[in-house]
Design a binder for this molecule. Structure first.
Ligand code: SAM
Length: 367
């Protein structure tokens, strides 16, 4: 299989339904994963530190327009305790994720990042939405290593419809990804698969954009409708020819993971919780066998975890962090893979720019 797939070839793979052909895709992705990032599966301990959000995304249960959700923000002590537990589990990374919460004050979080970096060997990944360049710079200087910001879809019209901009916003998510790179973060992005209004052509464009952005981490999970959102209720119905609508299925998600591995061989690619949610039995394992090499066990304290309801029925919502650890270790070993050690960052990137300098601007993707 040609790793230099064109956009049209990517699209025709997305439309492929023949199981014999698809088996070739799974095998090619698994082989390239083995040859580039190896057999280790790196575990990133996920901490959902706040479910407050100032945005009104039409797909997400954390939207500020969802009045039925009780809101929480973890205290500094709770975050630090959980980070120490993540380090004690032997995971190499803590991921601090939240809605776009104005209550997460920049200096407060910088102090937490500094403390984690001084007191544990963890890499720190942030996933806090669209924050100002000053905040992103401060957190990088405090020691944050990576930033995750999915562009969700490369179709600008669909994106505006499902992710209404906030007043005064000047930078797009693609602009922010470039800025994050120039600040010296390892940069992750990704998409939801099967968003209403998403066409095969635009999903092929998404995968091509992963390649052009040369991302370090790429997450793709199925879109799961939330009943308290405009997209979930059908109140918002982006128009699209039914034959062009990408289904939000498990198989389509595996295709995206596999094709992403082919076009971005060195990237760290998670087998996501959303995938495990639509196939609790073996979704995680199949993701790992079709291109993925990362798992993000949920380490949020259980009483908060229930409230981080971006979509309903999330997998592993009631497990303790301890139970998750042994269940995942067993699942990973059962498919002949090993548990990664250390931070597990991208292996082959050579030049890491200085966080203080803005001089490593990359060329803009054609968005
Ligand atoms: N606020 C940050 C942001 O927007 O990047 C991080 C938190 S946000 C809840 C994390 C990711 O959840 C989003 O990038 C989106 O892809 C995913 N998500 C939200 N709603 C979803 C849904 N209904 N189905 C599947 N994934 C969803």
């Amino acid at each position: 299989m040609n790793p230099e797939l064109t956009k049209s070839e990517i699209e025709s793979w997305l439309r492929e339904t023949d199981p014999v052909e698809l088996e070739k895709l799974w095998q090619a992705a698994d082989r390239i994963r083995r040859e580039t990032v190896g057999n280790a599966v790196h575990l990133r301990g996920l901490l959902e530190i706040s479910n407050y959000c100032r945005r009104s995304c039409a797909y997400c249960g954390l939207s500020r327009h969802n009045p039925s959700l009780a809101r929480y923000r973890m205290t500094a002590e709770e975050i630090l305790d959980a980070a120490r537990q993540i380090a004690a589990f032997g995971y190499g990374t803590v991921v601090l994720q939240a809605g776009e919460d104005d209550g997460i004050e920049a200096a407060w979080l910088a102090e937490i990042i500094r403390t984690i970096k001084q007191s544990t060997p963890l890499a720190v990944t942030l996933s806090l939405g669209e924050r100002s360049l000053d905040e992103l710079r401060l957190w990088r200087q405090a020691g944050a290593d990576r930033y995750l910001l999915r562009f969700e879809t490369s179709d600008p019209e669909l994106f505006r419809l499902i992710h209404p901009p906030v007043p005064g916003q000047t930078l797009s998510r693609i602009d922010l990804l470039r800025q994050l790179r120039s600040l010296g973060y390892e940069v992750g992005s990704g998409v939801m698969v099967g968003i209403p209004g998403q066409t095969y052509r635009s999903l092929a464009e998404d995968i091509d954009l992963f390649r052009r952005l040369d991302l370090d981490m790429i997450g793709a999970g199925p879109y799961i409708p939330h009943p308290h959102t405009p997209l979930g209720t059908g109140l918002l119905k982006p128009s699209v020819c039914p034959a062009e609508q990408v289904p939000n299925t498990e198989e389509m998600t595996y295709k995206v993971i596999a094709l992403t591995r082919l076009v971005c061989p060195e990237a760290n690619i998670p087998s996501t919780t959303a995938l495990a949610t639509i196939n609790r039995e073996s979704g995680r394992e199949l993701g790992l066998q079709r291109g993925a090499n990362i798992v993000m066990p949920n380490c949020t304290p259980p009483h908060y975890r229930q409230l981080y309801e971006i979509y309903p029925g999330k997998a592993c919502i009631n497990e303790t962090a301890q139970a998750c650890q042994s269940c995942l270790a067993q699942r990973i070993r059962s498919i002949g893979r090993t548990l990664g050690t250390g931070p597990g960052g991208r292996q082959h990137r050579t030049a890491v720019p200085n966080p203080q300098s803005d001089s490593d601007e990359r060329s803009a993707p054609n968005q």
